[in-house]
Design a binder for this molecule. Structure first.
Ligand code: 13P
Ligand code: SF4
Length: 352
């Protein structure tokens, strides 16, 4: 279907018929067949800001995953409608922290007498009710492009941080960017009583990391960094902070998808780059910068299957439905959740 000219033409026509009534956002991990129809592409942070900056668009079609569309619904006005072209486009990391599990964790922190000095910070990659939990309890949202500033903010308000749900982004930011030690971090496992931690461990920790991870980035190994360095002399290793700590410590550069693109833009012609992030983006980087040698850090890692759920047929269906007056796959967050999640998102947007 990718290059089906009939589908491309249908998408073009439906989008033209909608005109300014529709605004299409595309995350960098989306397929090329979809990204060609995005009015703006970006990392999670940029897309959240772009959604908030389009008050005149009646429909926001979000080509990305569910938690991004939820955040867009929270950040847009109540008359605007956010559409996710395939409702099955979730995120396995976001699913690793449920509201009940996080409430139970907070009770464990209360029992240990540390909830009062702990600030909850959630990665954007979480459901709206987890964001709302953070909003209600004095915490904030962060993305991979502002995690350090969010953690600095949190540590200015409390002694400890509960970081949800990506242990790797939390650990990499705390240890590699803020000078904390690995011993300052503990991992809370929601499937074990008390998170699998003793009260003493909770008392001594500065960073309480949720045991969650990205199923795509978690598969890059430190060995593949060694392999690529042996294979390509002078290669620059560039990875996303959702990669494991052992991988990130071996890399040359680490940052969000927007940062990864900027790094390649600035790179001299002829330079070599091994990129550890989702495959749609890495392939696109190769096509965007033919004068640079771009390789995928580990050929055994594959696409993000949920990002890939949004394909051209789903986009065509969503746009044609909207053009014919039918709103499909609308993502809505209830008022109370939206209010508190909005508080946590606004704290992120207000970071210096
Ligand atoms: P960023 O685009 O914010 O770097 O996020 C990556 C990601 O995994 C989104 O699912
Ligand atoms: Fe979730 Fe990872 Fe896919 Fe991003 S790449 S949507 S974090 S599973």
């Amino acid at each position: 279907s990718a290059s089906d000219p009939a589908l491309v033409e249908r998408a073009r026509r439906a989008k033209a018929a909608l005109g300014d009534r529709v605004f299409v956002l595309g995350h960098h991990y989306q397929r090329d067949e979809v990204i060609q129809f995005a009015d703006v592409t970006g990392d999670s942070f940029k897309l959240a800001k772009e959604a908030a900056a389009r008050p005149d668009a009646e429909y926001i079609v979000f080509c990305g995953v569910h938690f991004m569309a939820e955040s867009a619904d929270i950040l847009t006005s109540s008359s605007q409608k956010v559409v996710l072209p395939d409702l099955a486009a979730g995120c396995s990391m976001a699913d690793m922290a449920t509201f009940d599990q996080v409430e139970e964790c907070w009770e464990a922190l209360e029992d240990a007498g540390i909830a009062g000095v702990t600030v909850p910070v959630t990665y954007m990659n979480s459901s709206a009710d987890i964001k709302a939990f953070c909003g209600r309890n004095g915490g904030a949202v962060c993305t991979s492009s502002n995690a350090r500033r969010a953690l600095e903010w949190a540590f200015s308000r409390g002694e400890k941080v509960l970081f949800l749900p990506d242990q790797h982004l939390g650990r990499n930011t705390a240890v590699l960017e803020m000078g904390l030690s690995l011993d300052d971090c503990v991992v809370y496992n929601p499937h074990r009583p008390n998170g699998g931690l003793t009260t003493e461990q909770l008392e001594n920790a500065k960073m309480i990391l949720w045991k969650g991870h990205c199923s795509v980035h978690g598969r890059f190994s430190p060995e593949c960094v060694d392999d690529v360095r042996a294979r390509i002399p002078g290669v620059n290793v560039l990875v996303h902070p959702e990669c494991r700590h052992e991988v990130v410590t071996k890399a040359d550069h680490v940052g969000s998808t927007e940062y990864i693109i900027k790094k390649l833009e600035e790179a001299p012609a002829g330079s070599s780059w091994a990129v550890g992030t989702e495959l749609n983006l890495v392939k696109r980087l190769g096509a965007m910068f033919p004068d640079k040698n771009v390789t995928f850090l580990d050929r055994t890692v594959c696409y993000c299957s949920t990002m890939n759920r949004i394909d051209l047929p789903h986009l065509v269906w969503a746009l044609e439905s909207l053009a014919s007056g039918q709103v499909v796959n609308q993502i809505t967050v209830d008022d109370d959740t939206a209010h508190w999640a909005g508080v946590a998102l606004d704290r992120m947007l207000a970071l210096p």
